[in-house]
Design a protein around this ligand. Structure first.
Ligand code: MN3
Length: 203
């Protein structure tokens, strides 16, 4: 069965100036879709790859195929981590944030610094490691699933994620999204892997 481009979980104009409908047209409709199309072409050409799940392929492939399947998963997870309505972390997640970073603002500052400091294309990420929150980043199409990390939230820092709305200003993009558009409810669901499995199914 071929992989499919997942529907966005909100309207393309839901974020106003934070993320424009034009960005979604290109980022979801063209970039994400191209990863799906190319992955399906590579799988169709190799009988040994057929019938494998997205996660199986992420864990077992390298090179061209890994780049496509990693990016399918990364984008599906990124869309689910965004919310058009501003949210705040609560409950167990808030406790983990305060224990690990001192405050929500301190975590957001650290995530923004990771996003801004990451050289060239990739993903800034909040993960769960040994029961604690950690901030890290991945290069190009690399994916937390490939490392056995438990992903809670990832931020696309490829230029195609922000160039239409923020031009070259990655700090403005990262700061605006982290402050206003994180789906903390989804982040909390990922503490036990519930949200991450939704991204897997959408591959
Ligand atoms: Mn992207």
């Amino acid at each position: 069965m071929a992989f499919a481009l997942p529907e966005l979980p909100y309207a393309k104009d839901a974020f106003g100036d934070l993320i424009s409908a034009e960005t979604f047209d290109y980022h979801h409709g063209k970039h994400h879709n191209a990863y799906v199309t190319k992955a399906n072409e590579l799988v169709a050409a190799d009988p040994a790859l057929q019938g494998k799940s997205l996660v199986d392929l992420i864990k077992s492939s390298k090179g061209g195929l890994f780049n496509q399947v990693g990016q399918i998963w990364n984008h599906s997870f990124y869309w689910l981590g965004l919310s058009p309505e501003k949210q705040e972390p609560t409950g167990e997640l808030l406790t983990l944030i305060n224990d690990g970073f001192g405050s929500v603002d301190a975590l957001l500052d650290k995530l923004k610094a990771e996003a801004v400091g990451h050289f060239a294309s990739g993903w800034a990420a909040l993960i769960l490691k040994d029961g604690k929150l950690a901030v890290t980043s991945y290069h190009d199409a690399d994916c937390p699933i490939a490392h056995g990390d438990t992903p809670l939230f990832i931020l696309d820092v490829w230029e195609h994620a922000y160039y239409i709305d923020y031009r070259n200003a990655r700090p403005d993009y990262a700061g605006a999204i982290l402050k206003n558009a994180v789906n903390w409810e989804f982040v909390a669901q990922n503490l036990d892997g519930e949200g991450a499995s939704r991204a897997d199914q959408q591959g």
